[in-house]
Design a protein around this ligand. Structure first.
Ligand code: PLP
Length: 410
């Protein structure tokens, strides 16, 4: 099979054909089961094949399968209203005619640029904002070799607030101050900046959680300098943190907020929420054919209804406490685990690769062999493994998953 697939999508290890999945468990064609701590592409907040989502999709398909932008579907309109109701106060406009997180971030860039009439967006080194030319250009992880892939290149970068990125800082507080100073100098020095985009949790960089006080300072700085503060919540929205948005948890309202991944819990859909003044694009500037797909919108509405009914904050807190105990147990037993970081249901295990008998990549492969799906972090090259289980994962699955994790490490 890998002979016809392009090398970016061909599996790097043994091909696993999945034939069935339910919740957080998948089965391959040999009948072997896998507990999924990755929520696949870090997007299945309610796990696989949730019965209520299946019914919502079927009900919508039986009515009609697709409508062009000329005709508004009821789920599309209802979802728009629901998102504005749930969004941080002040984000009163929404565009749902988007499919991927990359579309949503590009929409945010276009809006900030058009409103402020300036081209440059500031982003973190090591950020991951998507894979279109423009979002690769914006992603700090491609900082060194992004030019060959195109995009406007109208981006400037600053360091995330953690000593791993600012080695001169001795603590997170020091790193936060250094990062804010760097941004403030950038904003002062350059007259061409229209916005600052951050991921409130930098998941792909290795699960670095921006503190509420840092986000509040960013808010203040962007307001003072009259640039848009953009939160990329593609990873953080819809459940993993016990709130609908990371912005709620931090108590900070950005000017523009982007969502994708878990919005429709496994169906393609993305959205951008904004303050009214950023509603500046015309027809033909920000709609994609499959954006706002009625089936995805119907599933997204049901997804939100399920999250609203489940007492999300308590559910996530209970599972977070359980996961933290298991993670700190691992760290205690294996001294080559340098750090565990995270919040809610998004965590990383960072190995000290000089001391660890096995690399993170080897542990990842062994975990799959033992029936546990983890996620490689730091773009698959680093020393860390991410876990982001579904909100619906059971305590039994967590316990069994961690048993398999230990077997993979040993
Ligand atoms: C923080 C963040 N933003 C944007 C994206 C891009 O989303 P998509 O792959 O749906 O375009 C991703 C994807 O992993 C992401 O993690």
């Amino acid at each position: 099979m890998d002979k016809i697939l392009t090398k970016n999508i061909a599996p790097s290890n043994e091909e696993i054909i999945i034939v069935k999945a339910k919740g957080s468990v998948l089965w391959d064609k040999k009948g072997k089961d896998y507990i999924d701590f990755s929520s696949q592409t870090l997007n299945l907040n309610l796990g696989q094949s949730h019965p209520l989502l299946i019914s919502a999709a079927k009900r919508q398909l039986a009515k009609y399968s697709f409508l062009s932008s000329r005709f508004m579907s009821t789920p599309f309109l209802n979802l728009a209203k629901t998102l504005v109701r749930l969004a941080p106060k002040g984000l009163t406009k929404v565009n749902l005619k988007l499919t991927n997180g990359s579309d949503a971030n590009e929409s945010a860039f276009k809006r900030a640029r058009k409103y402020h009439k300036k081209p440059t967006i500031v982003s973190f080194y090591f950020s991951h904002l998507g894979e279109t030319s423009e979002t690769i250009s914006a992603s700090g992880k491609h900082f060194k070799n992004r030019s060959y892939i195109g995009g406007s290149q109208c981006f400037a970068f600053f360091h995330p607030p953690h000593p791993d990125f600012i080695p001169s800082a001795k603590s997170i507080a020091e790193a936060e101050r250094a990062s804010l100073t760097e941004l403030s100098e950038l904003l002062e020095k350059r007259g061409d900046i229209c916005g600052v985009i951050v991921e409130p949790i930098m998941v792909n960089a290795g699960v670095y959680v921006l503190s509420p006080s840092y986000l509040k300072s960013l808010r203040g700085l962007c307001t003072r300098c009259n640039v848009a503060l953009i939160f990329d919540e593609v990873q953080t929205a819809f459940g993993w943190l016990g709130t609908f948005f990371a912005a709620d948890k931090a108590g900070v309202t950005p000017d523009i907020l982007t969502v994708g991944k878990a919005l429709a819990s496994g169906f393609p859909l993305a959205a951008v929420l904004m303050k009214e003044k950023y509603d500046v694009l015309e027809y033909g500037e920000d709609e994609f054919t499959y954006g706002g797909h009625p089936v995805s919108c119907a599933v997204a509405l049901k997804n939100i209804e399920i999250l609203e009914k489940m007492n999300l904050a308590e559910t996530v807190l209970e599972k977070e406490t359980f996961i933290k105990n298991l993670l700190y147990g691992l760290k205690n037993d294996y001294p080559f685990i340098k750090e565990v970081r995270g919040t809610g249901l998004i965590w990383v295990i960072d190995f000290d690769e000089k001391k660890s008998p096995r690399s993170a990549s080897e542990i990842y492969d062994r975990a799959i062999k033992n029936g546990l799906i983890l996620r490689k972090s730091k773009d698959g090259e680093g020393s860390a493994l991410v876990i982001k289980p579904a909100v619906t994962v059971s305590f039994e699955e967590l316990t069994e998953g961690f048993k398999r994790f230990r077997k993979a490490i040993e």
